[in-house]
Design a protein around this ligand. Structure first.
Ligand SMILES: [Ca+2]
Ligand SMILES: [Ca+2]
Ligand SMILES: [Ca+2]
Ligand SMILES: [Zn+2]
Length: 670
């Protein structure tokens, strides 16, 4: 049964009486009341007085209402003290909470700084300019050991970072900061080995195999791109794809913004993404023909939004990959536009829709916050002028070889920055035998990298609710990089593939020309074969944060994907519903579990959220009916040490966990 929270409660400070007094008849079954009554079993009334509902929505496919709550003290939010309560059929089916007991006793600090003082301190904390700092707000920041400190909080964009900073309201000392930008690569975890391009053994995918939505918008548009399931140019050639917009997720096509039939843009811009080149300081792109900066950073270069004309025909040449990517800029922007839209449409199908806080300029349903389509910046040159020399001549600035995604709260534009990749990884890793290729490769042509970056937007908006994008930031066990690597694979898997065949991340941009089976930039390639990828839960103890830790999580997700495929079959069309294939089911469980999850999940928390998602989808938790895939999921996680008796310890520590290779007794011996 669908329940709707009363508008009165949402967004207001909830009086204590709502929790402790007998519930008025008209509020019975209200998910917020159900959630607070549940928390009242563990928390004193004083700790729940003034709780704020930060987000609340109901997922259509499983009828679960997700209630995201924040503690307050003295009418100020307690940053980090949040709870996720999932309600189905008037019952609480899964809870993750980071609330604090005895808030009043743990809160401390005074406000002696003025706001201008706070702005100065926040700017100084990140070497930023004062004018770039947002209006500071007073909050209590939850620290380790549940110390709550009165702080000024604001965000500020500096270079490739979008910092969210807390400074002590009395002294201006930095208390905490987190970056809303997720970066693709972590040079320290890179191993390098490569072949010359002419030795490539590309896994060519036959044209005509492109994966397209089952219902499409017939707007006449066409794009010359690397379509799914191609991961990169190493997999095959481009082809012209017509009418690719999903009629469910993008009902007015990819160039609409007003919700009325007819394109509102003929350039690479629409409701889901605005793609353009941002080569500020574009000497990066070619050492043969140095260029002058062509405009401000984080804005379109002049004439860099390719125009498809009234026919919406986006067919631009790539004369050769050996020349500067500037020579195929329009083709690169087109591929970037296409894949951002694909990610929008696919994730929409699985519940990252308007009310769940997705990225759209206009919300056609009126739910969720709008005006936050992705700004996709191709051949981004903001910070890496230092690679403007022949590759190998000197060590380039590592940020050049990267990509990133900035995720502000719902209502703020996502920003995807795709950089150029000179052939320098091997040099960076100290491999003296590598003769660098003289290519410069463009991340805009690597669909896996684009999917990875967009995946950060999805996970950051889903975990903890759309208003809270800080739930995959601070804990040492954070899974964000894992969720993102996994996206690179689930949209590029083909009929006949299997989980044992190694797959690397980012093979194209780091010049592993054997293609998708190359080692990639993580600790090992991904594989369900324990001889290829032997990682288990304890691997995170020594793995780098965040990419190495994420690699372990993606390893488990990849196992889950293939075990579900083995059980339920493979559907090449990843747009179709969770009932049509094990891979579709894997995507659904992944998406649902992020909505279910506690803020700052450890690995056990994240595992439990997946189990709960399966129960809500295929079982009936309120009636005690388990999920159909419960034991399959337990066996999957148990094989990698995240079984029944695994203990994560503190999610903020990656060294205190204990492995468990067992399954619950009712699942047999594993
Ligand atoms: Ca930029
Ligand atoms: Ca939004
Ligand atoms: Ca731990
Ligand atoms: Zn990443």
């Amino acid at each position: 049964m669908r329940t709707k929270a009363s508008a009165l409660l949402v967004g207001l400070l909830l009086p204590m009486v709502a929790v402790v007094a007998p519930v008025a008849a008209e509020l019975e079954g209200d998910p917020v009341v159900v959630a607070l009554e549940h928390l009242a079993q563990s928390y004193a009334p004083a700790d729940l007085a003034g709780v704020i509902v930060t987000d609340l929505y109901t997922s259509d496919h499983n009828d679960v209402t997700h209630v995201y709550l924040q503690q307050t003290h003295d009418q100020k939010p307690v940053s980090g003290a949040v709870a996720t309560v999932n309600v189905q059929d008037d019952d609480v089916i899964f809870v993750g909470d980071r609330f604090v007991h005895n808030v009043a006793a743990k809160a401390s600090g005074t406000q002696s700084l003025t706001r201008p003082d706070a702005v100065r301190a926040i700017a100084a904390a990140v070497d930023g300019r004062r004018r770039d700092v947002s209006e500071p707000t007073l909050v209590y920041r939850k620290l380790r050991n549940d110390v709550l400190r009165l702080s000024y909080n604001a965000d500020v964009i500096v270079d490739t970072h979008h910092w969210n900073v807390w400074v002590d309201a009395a002294t201006g000392a930095v208390i905490d900061k987190e970056d809303w930008v997720d970066h693709h690569a972590d040079p320290a975890s890179v191993v390098a080995r490569t072949a010359r391009p002419e030795q490539a053994q590309a896994v060519k995918t036959a044209m005509g195999d492109a994966v397209l939505p089952p219902q499409r918008v017939e707007d006449g548009s066409s794009y010359n791109v690397f379509p799914a399931p191609l991961e990169s140019p190493l997999d095959g050639d481009r082809s012209v794809i017509g009418n690719p917009a999903d009629a469910v997720a993008s009902p007015f096509g990819w160039h609409d913004t007003d919700g009325a039939p007819g394109a509102d843009h003929t350039i690479t811009r629409g409701n889901n993404v605005h793609a353009y080149a941002d080569t500020f300081g574009a000497t990066v792109a070619t050492w043969q023909t140095p260029r002058q900066p062509v405009g401000p950073a984080n804005a379109p270069d002049p004439a860099s939004e390719p125009d498809g004309g009234d026919d919406l025909a986006f067919d631009f040449p790539i004369p050769t990959y050996d020349a500067s990517p500037l020579t195929y800029r329009d083709a690169a922007v087109t591929n970037l536009f296409f894949w951002n839209n694909v990610m929008h449409d696919v994730t929409y199908r699985y519940g990252f829709d308007e009310k769940a806080g997705n990225f759209q300029q206009t919300n056609y349903t009126g739910e969720g916050k709008a005006n936050d389509h992705v700004l996709a910046e191709a051949q981004d040159g903001t910070v890496h002028l230092t690679v403007a020399q022949p590759p190998g001549a000197s060590t380039p600035s590592p940020p050049a070889l990267n990509a990133n995604f900035s995720t502000p709260p719902d209502g703020g534009n996502g920003r995807m920055q795709m950089y150029l990749w000179v052939d320098a990884y091997r040099a960076l890793m100290g491999d003296r035998n590598r003769v660098p290729s003289h290519q410069v490769r463009d991340g805009d042509l690597d669909n896996g990298v684009i999917a990875h970056e967009y995946g950060h937007g999805v996970s950051n908006r889903l975990v903890g609710g759309p208003s809270n994008v800080g739930c995959l930031r601070n804990q040492a066990e954070r899974q964000g990089e894992g969720w993102s690597d996994w996206w690179s694979f689930v949209l590029t898997t083909r009929e006949g593939d299997d989980g044992a065949t190694p797959r690397g991340i980012g093979n194209y941009v780091v010049y592993y020309d054997e293609g998708r089976t190359g080692p990639g930039i993580r600790i090992t390639p991904y594989s369900t074969d324990m001889k290829v990828n032997r990682s288990t839960y304890r691997t995170i103890r020594t793995a780098a944060e965040p990419h190495g830790v994420g690699y372990v999580w993606a390893t488990m997700l990849w196992d889950m994907y293939w075990n579900l495929v083995e059980e339920h079959g493979f559907n090449p069309n990843f747009y179709e519903s969770w009932e049509t294939g094990g891979n579709n089911l894997a995507i659904q469980l992944a998406m649902d579990s992020m909505k279910f999850s506690t803020c700052d999940p450890g690995f056990v928390d994240a595992r439990d959220a997946i189990l709960a998602a399966d129960a809500a989808l295929t079982g009936n938790p309120a009636a005690g009916v388990p999920g159909e895939n419960e034991c399959l999921l337990w066996r999957t996680f148990a094989r990698r040490g995240l079984g029944f008796s695994a203990d994560q310890g503190d999610p903020y520590s990656k060294t205190d966990g204990r492995e468990g290779f067992d399954v619950p007794p009712h699942c047999g011996t594993g």
